[in-house]
Design a binder for this molecule. Structure first.
Ligand SMILES: [Zn+2]
Length: 217
């Protein structure tokens, strides 16, 4: 009986995460930030064995029409634990796992393709590099409240072999960082947070700041 109850609670935790991710994907898609099946969202939850797992949007799904089956569950080493019919992990799963493996408080990772973040480049023009934001009210949305705080947003190369992007991000996260987001050059935003709402806010702040540096409306 205890095992059945645990299995049911796991299903409920996974289902609740999926339904929230469907809501978020619908919102991002409506904003034009997950067009053409682009981007992926995930949530961390704990299995009945006490281990962390992540539920992610599956590869190739229209983010404006997701259903609860359009997901894949993996353990933090990337092994598939469960998947909807014909559903496969996104190639970008490794990027989500690089965050979850290093930041135990993080329970949400969102990756979107926006116009401003696709255009944004480090001031030096070189990649990898950083875009540093200072004196801007909106960096408070990243959690940086100190007067005069500087917020360095990293920009990593858009390696064709996605695990190389995850490797770059993982190496960067091995040092504590003030900014809960990163860019992949010519590609988009990845942001994370303790809750789905935190990750959403961090994506929105990143997009706003990318618009500022691009002088976009
Ligand atoms: Zn992408």
């Amino acid at each position: 009986m205890a095992e059945a109850a645990e299995a049911r609670s796991l299903d409920e935790a996974s289902r609740a995460s999926r339904l929230r991710l469907v809501e978020l994907a619908t919102r991002y898609h409506a904003a034009g930030w997950m067009l053409g099946t682009s981007g992926n969202l995930s949530a961390r939850f704990h299995g009945t064995d006490g281990r962390s797992r992540a539920v992610l949007t599956a590869s190739g799904c229209d983010k404006g029409r997701l259903g609860p089956e359009d997901f894949v569950e993996v353990d933090l080493d990337g092994r598939v634990h469960a998947a909807g019919p014909q559903r496969k992990p996104s190639a970008e799963t490794s990027i989500h796992l690089a965050v979850y493996q290093r930041l135990p408080d993080v329970a949400a990772v969102h990756h979107v393709h926006t116009v401003a973040s696709t255009l944004a480049r480090p001031a030096t023009g070189g990649v990898p590099g950083e875009i540093t934001f200072e004196g801007l009210e909106m960096i408070k949305g990243w959690g940086l409240w100190e007067p005069g705080a500087a917020a360095p947003l990293p920009v990593f190369p858009n390696h064709a072999h996605v695990p190389d992007i995850a490797r770059d991000l993982g190496s960067w996260l091995d040092t504590p960082r003030p900014v809960p987001a990163m860019l992949i050059a010519g590609h988009g935003i990845t942001a994370w947070g303790r809750t789905p709402e935190d990750a959403l806010r961090h994506v929105e702040i990143t997009e706003f700041l990318c618009r500022v540096v691009q002088r976009l409306g």
